[in-house]
Design a protein around this ligand. Structure first.
Ligand SMILES: [Zn+2]
Length: 91
């Protein structure tokens, strides 16, 4: 019996979309998926709600694709309420 994969190398795919609707402002989305390069097992994104949003990152139903709203850096910020969270301190 072979040893279980240790998941030491990874493959990532990023797909960027323009979401154009004549009655709405232009939106951009980046979709990210990651899998083990050896065994091909997909990785799940943790701590992100499922769904689709132009304001917050979301994941697909099984959590294996991260859908992130993005915008060009040099345009005025559309989302002024940004937060920067840090992981909890381990005593
Ligand atoms: Zn693996």
């Amino acid at each position: 019996m072979s040893e279980p994969c240790q998941h030491e190398n990874f493959e990532a795919v990023v797909t960027v979309h323009r979401v154009a609707d004549p009655d709405q402002p232009m939106h951009f989305m980046a979709d990210l998926s990651i899998r083990c390069a050896a065994c091909r097992q997909k990785f799940r994104f943790i701590g992100v709600d499922a769904g689709l949003s132009f304001e917050k990152p979301r994941v697909n139903v099984d959590g294996t694709e991260l859908n992130m709203p993005i915008e060009p850096e040099l345009v005025p910020m559309l989302h002024q309420r940004m937060r920067y969270d840090m992981p909890p301190v381990i005593p």
